[in-house]
Design a protein around this ligand. Structure first.
Ligand code: FAD
Length: 440
């Protein structure tokens, strides 16, 4: 079988890439090993930059129709009290609206819904989009992709091969990249439960020893993420579901009833955070995107967004090469040039956010409460934080910023103007530089 671009893995990254390529008249063959929806919880928070990309692809209305809007993120510090309502110590609300962009919110969308929308979009370009279901990519044989679908072996010959297989990637193995993994002292339990209709804000509730992230989904559901010590899962399971009922009820009384909808540990997923970042994103005519190239700590809700954003840049580049009659292989460096520094930056930001919640003692909590509140009090910190996690731009934190956050310097009174922000928002030239550098 022949195609222009072969994509291994039909997750959110692979589907985004394939749909974009097909929409631009590039013939793409995508192999996905699964035959039905995956029961595994995965990223659901679509950041503003991802929404902009989905709008360009022409699927934003469908996405919005099955999403729950989050216009701010709340950070609530409390004192937990046995069988009583907690006492609030501090509440910080960070707004996406502080960023000078019309994409002023994020969206919670069930992962499989996002995938279905992208897959259907791809299929609407039937001449160019070839989806192999239940097809496992095994690796390369004589430079050609070997795929097993049922009992049949298919060889797919392409001009470019893209690995979008997630954490375990035969394409990455073939590229001979270096991968160094960082682990954390904590794990997460994650489960979706019902929520009251008026429980609509995303929030992170913390005490000196507990962390509960709550992210509302449509249909009156809420995705919950509960931090535990690394290795503690078995002990917690032995304590029974009562342990979760009590913890959730004491941290967020509004969910005391909803949490009882968990009747089986099977619905509670253990999530082990770790990070890695490969040293190169392409080799010859092979490239990797999404989790195949990097995995991020989930604290800042970036993983799925990085995959979609990789796919957008690579897709635009390959489509441009075809339109301009340029050899794909020679231009793949642009994909790495644009994406690798951005991903490094967000990996680091997520890592720092993870550290903020990694230590369980009161003094650390006091420091954290102040540091988070300072992000709100100092408008420049507020704008930087939201602009960066939104993926809409990059504005590095300076030593002065960190000193303000650490209360060594006072918060700045001045508001950041929209004009000043423009310098730090990604322009079309930042996203797709080859269009400008390779003219003529
Ligand atoms: C529990 C959990 C919670 C998360 N929460 C968040 C969050 O809140 N926000 C966020 O942004 N991110 C989150 N993430 C991360 C996010 O899900 C991933 O970063 C994102 O899904 C990466 O997309 P991807 O397309 O690169 O890989 P994946 O989503 O892993 O997709 C890879 C696809 O390739 C297929 N595949 C694998 N190997 C082969 C093969 N050899 N042949 C054919 N097909 C193959 C797989 O079946 C899968 O469909 C979470 C992840 C997990 C596990």
């Amino acid at each position: 079988m022949k195609t222009e671009v072969f994509v291994a893995g039909g997750g959110v990254g692979g589907l985004m890439l394939a749909a974009k390529l097909a929409s631009r008249g590039v013939h793409v063959t995508i192999a996905e090993q699964l035959t039905k929806e995956s029961p595994v919880y995965k990223g659901e928070l679509l950041q503003p930059k991802t929404l902009a990309i989905l709008e360009d692809l022409g699927v934003i209305d469908e996405i919005e129709a099955c999403g729950h809007v989050l216009d701010q993120l709340r950070f609530q510090e409390i004192h937990r009290r046995p069988h009583q309502t907690p006492v609030e110590i501090n509440l910080t609300e960070l707004d996406y609206g502080r960023v000078a962009s019309r994409y002023d919110h994020s969206l919670m969308v069930p992962h499989e819904k996002t995938k279905a929308i992208l897959r259907n979009k791809g299929k609407s370009y039937e001449e160019y989009f070839h989806y192999l279901k239940g097809a496992r990519f095994l690796g390369f044989e004589n430079g050609v992709a070997k795929v097993k679908q049922g009992k049949e072996i298919i060889y797919v010959e392409a001009q470019v091969y893209v690995g979008a297989e997630g954490r375990s990637s035969p394409t990455r193995d073939a590229m001979n990249v270096k991968v160094e993994r960082t682990d954390y002292n904590h794990h997460f339990l994650t489960v979706t439960i019902p929520r009251p209709e008026d429980f609509t804000k995303g929030k992170i509730i913390t005490t000196s020893t507990c962390f509960l992230g709550l992210f509302p989904l449509p249909d009156n559901e809420v995705r919950t993420v509960f931090l535990i010590k690394a290795g503690e899962y078995k002990t917690i399971k032995e304590k029974g579901l009562e342990y979760l009922y009590q913890a959730y009820g004491e941290l967020e009384p509004e969910l005391a009833d909803g949490v009882k909808a968990i009747t089986d540990w099977k619905t509670v997923q253990l999530m082990i955070p770790f990070t890695y970042h490969v040293d190169h994103y392409y080799a010859g005519n092979l490239a990797i995107i999404g989790d195949a190239a990097h995995t991020v700590h989930p604290m800042a809700g970036e993983g799925m967004n990085l995959a979609v954003q990789d796919a957008d840049v690579l897709g635009e580049l390959l489509a441009w090469c075809k339109e301009e009659g340029k050899p794909y292989e020679q231009y793949l460096h642009y994909y790495e040039d644009v994406r690798k520094p951005r991903v490094s930056f967000l990996l680091n930001l997520s890592h720092l956010s993870a550290l903020v919640y990694s230590f369980r003692f009161e003094l650390w909590r006091k420091f954290r409460t102040k540091a988070v509140q300072r992000i709100y009090d100092d408008d420049q910190l507020h704008v930087k934080q939201m602009l960066n996690i939104a993926g809409l731009g990059r504005w590095d934190f300076s030593l002065i910023d960190r000193a303000i956050q650490g209360s060594m310097l006072p918060a700045r009174r001045k508001k950041v103007s929209d004009r000043k922000q423009q310098k730090y928002l990604f322009s079309e030239r930042d996203d797709y530089p080859w269009r400008y550098e390779e003219k003529g």
